[in-house]
Write a protein that binds this ligand. Sequence first.
Ligand code: ADP
Length: 446
Amino acid sequence: MFNKILIANRGDVALRVLRACKEMGIQTVIVHSTADAESMPVRLADESVCIGPAASSESYLNIPSLVSAAAITGCDAVHPGVGFLAENADFADIVIAHGLAFIGPEPDHIRQMGDKVQAKISAAEAGLPLVPGSPGAVHTIEEAHKLAEGIGFPLLVKAASGGGGRGMKVALSADELSVAFSSARSEAKAAFGDDTVYLERYLDNPRHIEVQVIADSHGNAVHLGERECSVQRRHQKLFEEAPSPALTDVQRSHIGMIAAEATQKMGYLGVGTMEFLYQDGEFFFIEMNTRLQVEHPITEAITGIDLVTEQIKIAAGGVLPFTQDEVTFTGHAIECRINAEHPETFMPTPGKVEYYHAAGGAGVRVDTILYSGYKIPPYYDSLIAKLIVHGRDRDHALARLRLALQEFVVEPMPTTLDLHRRLVDADAIKTGDYSIKWLEQEFLTS
Ligand code: ADP
């Protein structure tokens, strides 16, 4: 097992990893920018290293600073957390080249899945069902028009290096294809430095359902069930639940087994998530995230498995302590992302938290670095807390969620807490009958 782990991240995920390390008796080093010097993970870690100024390009994305911090503190492993460099294969390579363990998959798997064109090719080889689309990258507008005839409209032009919903444009008809093609390319070039795009059939009303997988270096791969993440705004998830209210037990174990088998075929290592769109009873693979997900706690709630400690043990060469048959699912879990954003305009609302009170009680978990007096910096992601509830069934989880949202206080800034308080009473949430369009096209416009 590792002696000392460098946590190369910030916010609630840094605290999540820190807690896992402490529980396992592993020493911790947290890195931080000057803006995060007072943060909770810095206060709780065994050691901390300032790696640069507030701008993440000079701190949390600064590979030489991160590797130096690991070297001078005598770490033997690096946990990249979620976001920042968690899916950067070059970072993983550099960490390994410095004799440190990277707590994540092999760099080649990160690279393969980070390029969506390559990811779809690998996914098809591993037996995953794909959204019909171009067989690979599409380089010219003439080629796009020719392929579009076979795929049909509406279609989506997507960036090979895309993320966070950027570099994605819909073309409803052939007339719109040229504009969609060139604007997706230029957006992709600006955001990711790579203008490679591909085409996919646009599914008009799908759900986003993803499967958590975990695999060790001894050939064992299992799935830990699915998460329903269709409540999205601008392709950003806001409310997630497990299991999905849309699936039957037969569909659930079918897609789970397909994902687990693909994980094994790929020789994948560690935790990962296969994302699918689901429409009219069919699943379509869209991408694989080669890291821990923000919404991992709902899987932990229904399986009783700690994904971060398992991830660390696997990186140290451990064997998965359970087989597929030993994974059981209990009850229903929901996560609300509490963002420092206005609940209607979604404008960021950083600033000093004057008063903070977390919800509590049976089946309630809060992952956050908030405390009264904490200054939410304006430089980073606006996620400030995750509220996770677990109940014996979906109605029970919703009842616990409603109560927890009433108790939760973050003042004085507006946050998405108010949005969640409205959401929990929406008919579509109560029935579970919603798609990825519901929040933006129905709920927020009503
Ligand atoms: P990113 O890496 O930018 O998150 P994804 O491929 O995961 O990109 O897609 C993000 C979101 O965009 C999905 O959750 C879904 O809402 C929408 N989306 C992606 N592909 C399609 C498609 N073929 N048809 C309809 N919606 C899609």
